[in-house]
Ligand binder design. Sequence first.
Ligand code: B12
Ligand code: SF4
Length: 350
Amino acid sequence: MSKRLPPKLAAHPSVRAVLARGEGSPPEVIDADWLRELCLSAGADDAAAVSLDHPDLAGERPHAVAALPGAKSLVSLVLRMNRDDVRTPARSVANLEFHRSGELINDAARTVVQALQDAGHRALNPSATFPMEMDRFPGRIWVVAHKTVAVAAGMGAMGIHRNVIHPKFGNFVLLATLIVDAEVSAHGEPLDYNPCLECKLCVAACPVGAISKSGEFDFMACSTHNYREFMSGFTEWVETVADSDDGADFRSRVTDSENASMWQSLAFKPNYKAAYCMAVCPAGEDVLGPYLEDRSNFMATVLKPLQDKVENLYITPGSPAKAYAEKRFPHKPVKEVSGGYRARKKTEEP
Ligand code: B12
Ligand code: SF4
């Protein structure tokens, strides 16, 4: 630390206390074993670092550096979720599991960042889920793409359903990323295989046909249904309020159950409508046993209850999702909605 300070500054009690401590600079390279142990003891179930110079992270680099000028490394954290909580047709149970797991991984990330700060580093933890940068909506609202980082750090590979599948915990994981201003002594290596079995149960489970067998993902179909009570669907709900002639007209457009669900989303945390792709995925060493043992039973007890559930499907008029849902899930009433997104130019980056 430079001791050539103006006399008034040098005489300040805080400055004298700091100079008296005689602290040097933090180590330029963070020890990878120390860091991993820190992440695990903070509550993560797996973790690895990756350099911001990794070629697969070229798209993330400017965003990470904008969030933390001087950023050099990213650390991917993985937190296990409870499988049957995610799988049940009682979606209040699944939603609680998603939100609680989100809080736990954010807590773990914050704890590690604080320890890095105490060791003299600059580091930060973008939110694992929400809140996100809504001033950019409907563009890229996330600070860093946790899936991209997790794959580069060897925490898993992307399945057909576009979720990261951890080799042991399967897709029942949430992800977080730390942005750090120092190099780390060792990095995670991308997996040399994909834990996805290509069983296509995720394709069969999705009520709006968002996942295709080839791995293409229909963002609009997923977002319109699953995120009905998040930023896009909420805007459309407000439009319905604004466009209604009176209370009776509003109640003819939106059922009491839908309004109660929206209230629950606003008062507590937003309700995801599906996540069935994740619920049914049998991949991952800790998950695979029951599927290998009796595939018919797995389908009867995990896939079928979600397929059979009678529930509204939120779908844009004339979309492929509408034709798909009406054919495959005739018992699930289709509710035509706009999806809440304004028209965007095809060339705009998400
Ligand atoms: C945007 C987003 C979504 C979007 C898009 C999903 C997607 N496949 O990208 C929507 C709203 C549909 C979504 C849904 C869900 N998500 Co989400 N989501 C994110 C977010 C914020 C960024 C994802 C990302 O990096 N996308 C870019 C690249 C890497 O993804 P990609 O698959 O290669 O590309 C897709 C997007 O570009 C998208 N796309 C296309 N056009 C457009 C237009 C716009 C405006 C947007 C936003 C996206 C978009 O489609 C592409 C094709 O797959 C992350 C949190 C974060 N900060 O990283 C969580 C995250 C990916 N989500 C997660 C989860 C759990 C879910 C849900 C299960 C939520 C739920 N409970 O229902 C579903 C699963 C749907 C699915 N099969 O993907 C987890 C995944 C964990 C895991 N094991 O992989 C993450 C990592 C959150 C976390 N902290 O753990 N999600
Ligand atoms: S459900 Fe099957 S096809 Fe879909 S991601 Fe999981 S293992 Fe792959």
